[in-house]
Design a protein around this ligand. Structure first.
Ligand SMILES: [Zn+2]
Length: 658
């Protein structure tokens, strides 16, 4: 009795565990641009998930990754609402699956398919009104993405004005060329992450530097009857389009097209990870319709990853810019698609343990779109293979390595670790932290490389003499740099706290902490209970704060800051001020200040800044060219809401005398 039920319970538990694992991977991928496992491995697990769900449809978990297209957008961007759902495509991994797709199409009459390369990038939708760029957004969850209009406008190949004054919505893939990626020198794992990371920059100037590219693969416009005609029409309008788009009407021609595209793969200057096969006729597309997740009239054939088998000779550890330790396999050299590979990432300790990978094992190695190859799994384990253990001390600085139970990562927590210093400095100087705009990336690199700066506080003791020996530092740049630092000797405590880059202390947490503890002494002297009593501050943040404050490196650095004359502005506690307990939203373009500064003022005056118009909104501040948000607020007011609509000047009057 019960044997079958027990098996069944176990299987269902395994399924639920798979759901949460895949969700974790997807979250890392979509919100942090981190690949915790290879694409092939993800696809395999995802297929396992789908087959369980197909066999047990009633037991499908509502939070299963099969029930969504992408992931929730980040908070900072305005939402972008898709006029029609922007889905991802179902995948096919082999010829029988493609044939099945062919057969479904053949039921509706003679088959005509379009075949085109699938670029490995970031899907976006863009609107043009009367032939002029209007706005654009990412896929997000398929119905709502992030409005990345400013970043899209930095893409030089994307026309801002079309050759004809049409209203049209188009879709395409934003990507980074391999040649551009190579010049970035290891900041990202692969061109797709680089493209996605760049599009998610809040500062369009950074995105512009990344020289992104785009190719369109879809358009919505009346009077065109096939996909291939649409692509020609988009090209006529001046868009860069995907291609070449091949039309095929026989299975032989389809196989030929697939072979052509996979052969060209390595010769292209962009990564492709598959081939998109579509019903060419829009009428057929309409007849076939869509499932809740993907259209039935298209399929993405995934190209095989480039794999090889070799031996792990050793495992070493690299320290990244945020202190995360990444295990890297030293391989007996192996050739993957003509490229000689000697090193491959093992991602993290979790991957090594799950796969039982040991030094001396024969393993399969894969380069799947990723420029950095990865170890996939053990092929044969050697009898004298030995297990790898994460070091207790950082290989760069010897500092203590910490591992948080609910996090995959191991981190070096030394505040003066040289591997992390450049990243920490860049964060400290960032516009949203200390806002030291006289200090650019190349200067920071030189300061670290020459040893002039070995910890954050050293910035405050730089002299003109020291700076004059650096490259490209003329008198003017030196003055700019020193003035910028001088101006930031009396700073807001929340900005300083955020700039320190304490794990889990983001901008919002920093300002909550700064309201509760107005200076460094009070914060560092706070008890665990009083830290936990701060709104939204949980045990994970408190543990990170306490461990940071107890580090002698950190204590010495703080003393150094104070000794060099750093003092703090006191913030009024959150919720107090002329706008206390009011919600506020800004729309349109402001004339006197940036939106960031306006929002900071509102928060300082006690208001809570929200992201969208609702009936409960208290204040809407309207700048030039305000659009749908103003209309929405007016409509709410007509139906009984009392949203106060004010100009920028009226908003500024609120804080007069401040
Ligand atoms: Zn270190």
């Amino acid at each position: 009795m019960g044997g079958r039920d027990d098996d069944f319970t176990m299987m269902h538990e395994a399924y639920l565990a798979l759901v949460s694992r895949l969700n974790q991977y997807a979250k890392a991928y979509y919100t942090r641009d981190e690949s915790l496992i290879t694409d092939t491995e993800y696809d395999r697990l995802y297929q396992d998930l789908l087959s369980y769900e197909a066999a047990n449809p009633l037991l499908m978990a509502p939070h299963s990754p099969s029930q969504r297209v992408g992931d929730q957008p980040l908070d900072q961007f305005q939402p972008f609402h898709h006029s029609q759902r922007l889905p991802s495509l179902d995948n096919a991994f082999d010829w029988p699956q493609i044939q099945a797709f062919w057969d479904r199409l053949a039921k509706l009459g003679p088959v005509a398919m379009s075949v085109e390369p699938k670029i490995d990038g970031l899907a976006v939708a863009i609107r043009y009104e009367k032939g002029v760029f209007h706005s654009g957004g990412t896929r997000g969850d398929g119905s709502r993405g992030e409005d990345v209009s400013l970043n899209l406008k930095t893409i030089r190949s994307l026309p801002l004005r079309l050759s004809s004054p049409v209203d049209i919505e188009v879709r395409g893939e934003v990507f980074m060329r391999k040649s551009v990626f190579a010049a970035l020198d290891g900041q990202f794992a692969n061109p797709r992450n680089a493209a996605a990371g760049s599009m998610r920059q809040l500062d369009p100037a950074i995105c512009a530097q990344r020289c992104l590219d785009i190719q369109l693969y879809q358009g919505f416009y009346e009077g065109i009857s096939t996909h291939s005609e649409m692509i020609s029409f988009l090209a006529q309008l001046g868009f860069p389009v995907v291609g070449p788009v091949r039309e095929v009407t026989s299975q032989d021609a389809l196989q030929g097209a697939l072979a052509d595209i996979s052969q060209q793969r390595d010769r292209l200057d962009w990564e492709i990870d598959g081939v998109v096969i579509k019903a060419n006729s829009f009428q057929i597309q309409e007849e076939m319709g869509a499932t809740s997740k993907a259209p039935r009239w298209a399929i993405a054939y995934k190209l095989a990853a480039q794999q090889g088998v070799t031996v792990i000779e050793d495992i070493v550890v690299q320290v990244g810019r945020t202190g995360v330790l990444t295990p890297v396999a030293q391989l007996r050299p192996v050739s993957l698609a003509g490229v000689r590979i000697q090193r491959a990432t093992l991602h993290n300790m979790d991957h090594i343990e799950r796969k039982g990978i040991r030094i001396g094992d024969e393993v399969s190695v894969e380069r799947a779109g990723d420029v950095i190859p990865a170890v996939v799994e053990v092929v044969t384990s050697s009898a004298d293979a030995r297990a790898f253990k994460m070091p207790d001390a950082c290989p760069v600085c010897g500092g203590e390595v910490q591992h948080d139970e609910d996090e995959v990562a191991y981190r070096c927590c030394n505040w003066s670790c040289q591997a992390q210093l450049k990243g920490r400095l860049a964060h400290f100087c960032h516009r949203k932290a200390m806002d030291l705009d006289g200090i650019g990336v190349s200067l920071l690199e030189q300061l670290v490389d020459t040893g002039l700066v070995t910890r954050l506080s050293d910035l405050y003791q730089l002299t003109a003499n020291q700076l004059s020996v650096l490259d490209r530092m003329g008198e003017k740049s030196i003055t700019n740099c020193l003035t910028a630092i001088q101006q930031k000797r009396h700073v807001r405590f929340d900005r300083f706290l955020f700039g320190l880059g304490i794990p889990f202390v983001g901008q919002r947490t920093a300002s909550l902490l700064a309201s509760a503890f107005p200076d460094l002494d009070q914060l560092m002297g706070a008890s665990e209970e009083s830290l936990l009593a701060v709104d939204e501050v949980g045990p994970k943040i408190v543990a990170s704060l306490l461990s940071t404050f107890s580090s002698s490196d950190f204590q010495e650095m703080m003393a150094h800051f104070i000794q060099l004359g750093l003092t703090f502005e006191v913030l009024s506690p959150v919720g107090e001020g002329p706008l206390s307990n009011q919600t506020i939203l800004f729309t349109g373009s402001l004339q006197e200040m940036t939106r960031d500064i306006a929002q900071e003022k509102a928060i300082k005056w006690g208001a809570k800044v929200v992201g969208s118009v609702s009936k409960r909104l208290d204040i809407l501040v309207v700048g030039a060219n305000a659009g749908s948000k103003l209309a929405k607020a007016q409509a709410f007011n007509e139906s009984g809401a009392s949203i106060q609509i004010m100009t920028e000047a009226e908003f500024l009057q609120i804080g007069e005398g401040d």
